[in-house]
Design a protein. Structure first.
Length: 197
């Protein structure tokens, strides 16, 4: 009886800690969704060279999610309304909502190993270009649907095109297998091909 009580207590504590962590992430994402500046960057549609004193930055991310109806208690609305990517650079925020496309890919590779993005799902591809000043910047990147965010500093050189890429690291199942069916654990960040986070 005492053992069962202790187990229940530990499970309760773990749930409270987990819910508290989610709550703090939601609060932070909500706060960072608000701009306190409007002069940091502008979205661009063309391929023209940046004017003197500025640089172009391409932001990319490709994320795969389970199709609508996969979860018994459907809590995700991104299939219908678009998947949200939050960027806040030096106090200027933007949320890009990206429509997804259905995708079916092999679940196993030639060696019989599970491919993390293999299977039926919805692919969301972000590819945006912005123009901003060169130098050091602070970026807050959030995925509101996942209650996930990361933040870091990065440096841009003047006159050169730069690419900032976010690659998802999917969560593991109880059997230790990574798959997009289990949601996103974190994101790796690459600037011009070099791993920075």
């Amino acid at each position: 009886m005492r053992t069962r009580t202790l187990i229940s207590l530990f499970v309760g504590i773990a749930l409270l800690i987990g819910l508290g962590g989610c709550g703090s992430a939601v609060k932070r994402i909500t706060a960072e969704s608000q701009s306190i500046r409007t002069d940091v960057f502008t979205e661009i549609k063309d391929e023209q060279s940046p004017p003197e004193g500025t640089t172009n930055l391409t932001t990319r991310a490709s994320i795969k999610m389970p199709p609508e109806g996969y979860y018994i208690l459907e809590s995700h609305s991104y299939v219908k309304e678009g998947y949200s990517f939050l960027f806040n650079i030096d106090g200027q925020a933007v949320i890009w909502k990206i429509e997804g496309k259905s995708e079916i890919t092999p679940r196993w590779d030639e060696s019989g190993r599970i491919i993390p993005e293999g299977g039926q799902g919805i692919r969301y591809v972000l590819d945006k270009k912005i123009r901003l000043r060169p130098g050091s910047h602070h970026l807050f990147f959030g995925l509101p649907e996942e209650k996930y965010y990361t933040e870091f500093e990065f440096f841009l050189r003047e006159g050169e095109p730069h690419t900032l890429e976010f690659r998802p690291l999917y969560a593991m199942s109880r059997k230790g297998v990574r798959s997009f069916y289990h949601g996103i654990k974190s994101c790796e960040v690459f600037l011009d091909g070099a791993h920075i986070r």
